[in-house]
Ligand binder design. Structure first.
Ligand SMILES: [Zn+2]
Length: 408
C-alpha cells in the first residue's frame, strides 16, 4: 500500500479528551498528537488513564490467557515494557472461576500484576472453543473445552464475570464471526452484537472499570459503517474493531479500517483492533488510526523458537546458531539478549529446557513493545509519515494470523 491514505478523508479534529459526558470518572483518554490534517496518516499519539495506571498509545497488550503471560512472571513482563495486559474472560470463568478470583481479592492481586488489565468479552472463545454452541438472540450456550460441562453466556453474565475479575477495562459481549462468512451470517451477528452492546451497558455497574463496545460488520462496507455508527452512538469508553485478524487478507483488513476509522475521526475515544500481532500488521493498522492491539502471536512464535529481529526473524532451531556467540539481537535490552548467546538459546530449545520459553518470550515481547515505542516516538516528533519506510524495514514482511506462522 502507499504511504498516503485515500483522498478526502477527514483527519482527527482538534486535541480532544473523552472526559465530557463520560460515564466513569476513572477513565480518561487524551489525544496528545492528532493525526495530521494533510491526510498523510491517521496515526495518532494518545494517553489512556485507567484505574491501575497510564497506557501510552499506540500500544500492544501481551495476552495472559490463564492469568499468566505464558512462561513469564510479572517482573519479567515489566522488563519487556508491558504497561497493560489482556486476560481472557472465558478461560478464567471456567478455571479457576471468577467468583473464586473475586474472593481472593480480584485478578490483579491473584496474578500479582498491579498495572492495567483488559478483559475480553469471552465472545470469541465461546464461539471458537466451545465444543457445542448454540447462539440465540439472548446469548450463547456452550460446552466447556476443559470438561464438557454446559454453560451459558449472556451480555449480563459476561459483564458480571468481568466485574468480578476487576479488570481496568471490560468489553461488551459480542458475536464474532469469521470475516469470510456469508453476508446474512455477518448481518445477523452484527444485529445481535448491537443488542448485546446496549444490554452490556445497562448491566455494567463498576465505576472503577472502563467499558468498551465492539464494532462488527465483517468485510461488508455498509454493515461495517452501520455498526461503527451504532456502537459509537453509545456511551462506551472505547471502541473495539472486532471481526478482523481472522481469515481476511491484509488488503481486506485495511479496506475495512478505511471504512470504520474515518467515521470515528472526531470521536475522542480509543480504538482497539483485537487479535493483531505481527510488527507489520501493527504498523499498518496504526497508520490507519488504531490505538490498541493484543495478540498471542509474539509469545506463541517465541515458544516455537522464532525470534523477531529487525527486518525479519530467526529460527533458533536452525543448526547454524549452535556455534553463534552473538545475542539474538545486538543492543536488545531484554533478559535473553543481555546475558545469553544464540548458541545457548539453540541449546536450550534442543534440550527442551524450560528457560528457553521464558527467554524467548521476553525477547519477542520486548521487540514488539519497543517497536510500538518507536512508533510513538515518531508520532511525538511529528515524523511518523517520514519514518514509515524505516519502520516497515524494521518490521520485516511477516504478516498473517497466529495460525499461519510458518517456520523460517
Ligand atoms: Zn532480546
Amino acid at each position: 500500500m502507499s504511504d498516503s491514505l485515500p483522498d478526502g478523508e477527514p483527519a482527527d479534529g482538534p486535541v480532544a479528551t473523552a472526559t465530557d459526558g463520560r460515564r466513569r470518572a476513572s477513565v480518561r483518554f487524551e489525544v496528545l498528537r492528532p493525526s495530521p490534517a494533510d491526510g498523510s496518516t491517521r496515526a495518532r499519539l494518545g494517553r489512556l488513564e485507567l484505574t491501575h495506571g497510564i497506557v501510552e498509545t499506540p500500544q500492544f497488550m501481551p495476552v495472559g490467557t490463564n492469568a499468566t503471560v505464558k512462561a513469564l512472571d510479572p517482573d519479567d513482563l515489566v522488563g519487556t515494557g508491558a504497561t497493560i495486559i489482556l486476560a481472557n474472560t472465558y478461560h478464567l470463568y471456567l478455571r479457576p472461576g471468577h467468583e473464586r478470583i473475586a474472593r481472593l481479592g480480584g485478578l490483579h492481586r491473584f496474578m500479582g500484576w498491579d498495572r492495567p488489565i483488559l478483559t475480553d468479552s469471552g465472545g470469541f472463545q465461546v464461539v471458537s472453543l466451545g465444543d457445542l454452541r448454540v447462539v440465540d438472540d439472548d446469548g450463547v450456550t456452550f460446552r466447556s473445552h476443559i470438561d464438557g460441562s454446559l454453560h451459558r453466556f449472556t451480555a449480563e453474565h459476561a459483564i458480571a464475570v468481568q466485574e468480578a475479575l476487576g479488570s481496568d477495562v471490560a468489553v461488551a459481549f459480542d458475536q464474532p464471526v469469521a470475516p469470510s462468512s456469508p453476508r446474512e451470517v455477518v448481518a445477523g451477528a452484527t444485529e445481535r452484537t448491537h443488542r448485546w452492546a446496549e444490554r452490556s451497558l445497562a448491566a455494567h455497574r463498576r465505576a472503577d472499570q472502563a467499558l468498551f463496545g465492539i464494532v462488527q460488520g465483517g468485510l461488508e462496507p455498509d454493515l461495517r459503517a452501520g455498526s461503527t455508527e451504532f456502537i459509537a452512538s453509545l456511551p462506551f469508553d472505547g471502541i473495539c474493531l472486532g471481526g478482523l485478524a481472522g481469515d481476511e487478507t491484509p488488503a481486506q483488513r485495511e479496506a475495512t479500517l478505511d471504512v470504520a476509522v474515518p467515521i470515528l475521526a472526531h470521536d475522542p475515544r480509543p480504538r482497539y483492533l483485537m487479535g493483531l500481532g505481527s510488527p507489520t500488521d501493527l504498523l499498518e493498522a496504526v497508520h490507519r488510526g488504531v490505538d490498541l492491539f493484543d495478540s498471542v502471536m509474539p509469545s506463541r512464535v517465541a515458544r516455537n523458537g522464532q525470534f523477531w529481529v529487525p527486518g525479519g526473524r530467526i529460527n533458533i532451531r536452525n543448526s547454524r546458531y549452535l556455534d553463534d556467540p552473538a545475542p539474538i539481537e545486538e543492543g536488545c535490552p531484554c533478559l535473553a539478549c543481555r546475558r545469553f548467546s544464540r548458541a545457548y538459546l539453540a541449546h536450550l530449545f534442543r534440550a527442551q529446557e524450560l528457560l528457553a520459553y521464558r527467554l524467548a518470550t521476553c525477547h519477542n515481547l520486548t521487540f514488539t513493545l519497543d517497536f510500538m515505542a518507536r512508533i510513538r516516538a515518531a508520532l511525538r516528533s511529528g515524523t511518523f509519515p517520514a519514518s514509515l519506510p524505516a519502520l516497515r524495514e524494521r518490521a520485516g514482511r511477516m504478516r498473517g494470523s497466529e495460525a499461519s506462522v510458518q517456520s523460517a
